[in-house]
Design a protein around this ligand. Sequence first.
Ligand code: NAP
Length: 293
Amino acid sequence: MPGLPMLAPETKENRVTTLVIGARGSVGRHVLDQLSGAGEPVRASVRNPASAALPAGVPVVAADLAAPETLPAALAGVRQVFLYATASGTAAFAEAARTAGVEHVVLLSSGSVLLPSARGNAVAEHHRDVERILETSGLRWTPIRPLVLANNALGWASSIRDAGVVRLPHPEAATAPIHERDIAAVAVAALRDPGREGVSDLLTGGALISQRRQVDVLAEATGQPIRVEELTPAQAQEHFERFGPPEIAKSIVEFIAAAARGESPKTDTAQRVLGREPLTFAQWAAEHAGEFA
Ligand SMILES: NC(=O)c1ccc[n+]([C@@H]2O[C@H](COP(=O)([O-])OP(=O)(O)OC[C@H]3O[C@@H](n4cnc5c(N)ncnc54)[C@H](OP(=O)(O)O)[C@@H]3O)[C@@H](O)[C@H]2O)c1
C-alpha cells in the first residue's frame, strides 16, 4: 500500500536485543560473550570496526559516542544497551537512545560514586556526572558500580616486562579487586532481568588483598621474581600523571592512601547477584600471566 513503510518481518537475525557499546573493552567483551553464549541476540559496536577482532557471527557496527551521527544506525532495532561512561557524548547518546526506542541502558559506572569521599574526587565526579545525565534522561537505566578492577594490574605490565619491578605508593594498601568477567556477569544479570535488585550496589571482589600481595601473586603466576619499589605520594602523583590528567592522578593517589588506612571496602554484591563466590585475584593473574611476560 502506498504511503506505508515496509517493515521487515522479525527474524532471529534482525531481532537485535542488546547493543554492547565498547565490545572490545575488557568488561564489554565479556558482556558480549556472556549474552551471546546465553543465546541472546546481540550487536557489537566499536569505534573502528577494522580492528574489532570480535567473534565471528556477531554483527558489528561502528559507533563513537563522541560522534553522535554514528548512533542512530547503531541503535536501530535495539532494546537494551551496555554503555561505558565516557567523558563526552552521554547526553547525545541518551537522546539518540530515546529516539530509537531503547528500553533499558546498563551503564558501567564506578563504585567511587557511593563512597563518603566522592565529593571532590575527580573519578567519582566524572562517573556521577554521567549517571546524572542518564538519571534525568527519561530512559530506564541501571548503573553497575565496581570499585577496583583487577585489570588495573595491567598498568604494572610494562615495568614488570622491562625490569621485573612494580613502582607504587603504599605497598600494604589493600583493596578488593574484581575480575572483569564478574563485572560483566553482574551487568548481564541486569540486562537479562531489568528489575533485578542489588545489581547497582557497591561491587568488589571477594577478598581484600594488599598491592604487595598482588605483586607476589603475579610473580607466582608468571614464574618470574618481581620487586616492589615504594613511591612517595609526590612520586606517585608524577607517575600517575603519565597516564591521565593531574586531578585524576590525585584522586588515584588519595584512593590508595585511603586504602592504606584500611578504608577500602569489600562487599558481598557479586556473591548475592551471581550466587557464587567472585573470581579471585589469583584466577585473574593466572589468566593474564602472558601479558606480563
Ligand atoms: N579502573 C578501575 O579500577 C575502575 C573502577 C571503577 C570503574 N571503572 C570503569 O571501568 C572502565 C574501564 O573498563 P574496561 O577495563 O572494560 O575498559 P577498556 O578495556 O579500556 O575499554 C573501554 C571501552 O570503551 C570504549 N569507548 C571509549 N570511548 C568511546 C567512545 N567515545 N565511543 C564509543 N566507545 C568508546 C572503547 O571502545 P573501542 O573498542 O572502540 O576503543 C573500549 O571498548 C573505566 O573507564 C571506568 O569507567 C574502572
